[in-house]
Ligand binder design. Structure first.
Ligand SMILES: [Zn+2]
Length: 200
């Protein structure tokens, strides 16, 4: 049995073939649609997110110029700027929610699905890693940070000239890659593939 995440209707599970889609019979919510290449795509997108995050951390994110004075900052530098005094917890929270948790999530996904993507049996801890990635998901707030940044840019735009650095675009791309990854992380299908008793 499975419950529809939208309307809570209890449904009996049935096997469906490739190319078929299972929808809730009451509200039409898409329950799962098996995509054989999903594991490979998720691993590819996870690697993309990890690499872009590396670039987004250390390259200049924003530059602000006003009255002939210009200042450039990276995400790493911004987080460190609050590392002393009473704002230190903010620095830790920023690094955790914006950088460390999204990276931990993609690493867990690569560990869980990498062997599947290569056509091999999953690691013994793959199910645990995939569960961990699901738990981290609500706390990985890269996209929230991006929206906050855009709002701040609009506000500061009137006072100073703001330049977007390469890290900003890397970050924008990684948010898109993470969203594409989310749409592929179709839990039931992946759980099936990770199930040691199911044929690969
Ligand atoms: Zn439903």
């Amino acid at each position: 049995m499975l419950a529809c995440p939208e309307c809570d209707l209890l449904l009996a599970r049935r096997e469906i073939g490739p190319g078929e889609r299972a929808r809730c019979s009451r509200c039409g919510h898409l329950l799962f649609s098996p995509r054989p290449e999903a594991a490979a795509k998720i691993v590819a997108l996870s690697l993309t997110v990890a690499i872009l995050m590396g670039g987004a951390m250390f390259f200049p994110f924003l530059s602000v110029a006003t009255g002939g004075v210009s200042h450039e900052s990276s995400i790493f530098g911004t987080a460190l700027a609050y590392s002393e005094g009473f704002l230190a917890p903010l620095s830790v929270a920023v690094m955790l929610l914006i950088v460390l948790l999204p990276v931990a999530r993609v690493l867990a996904l690569i560990f869980a699905l990498g062997p599947l993507a290569a056509g091999r049996a999953p690691f013994a801890q793959a199910r645990r890693a995939f569960r961990l990635a699901g738990r981290i998901r609500p706390w990985a707030m890269a996209e929230v940070f991006l929206i906050g940044t855009v709002v701040a840019i609009v506000k500061i735009g009137g006072l100073a000239s703001v330049g977007l650095g390469p890290a900003f675009w890397a970050f924008a791309l990684l948010v898109v890659a993470a969203a594409a990854m989310d749409s592929l992380t179709n839990d039931w299908t992946i759980w099936d593939a990770l199930d040691p008793t199911s044929p690969l």
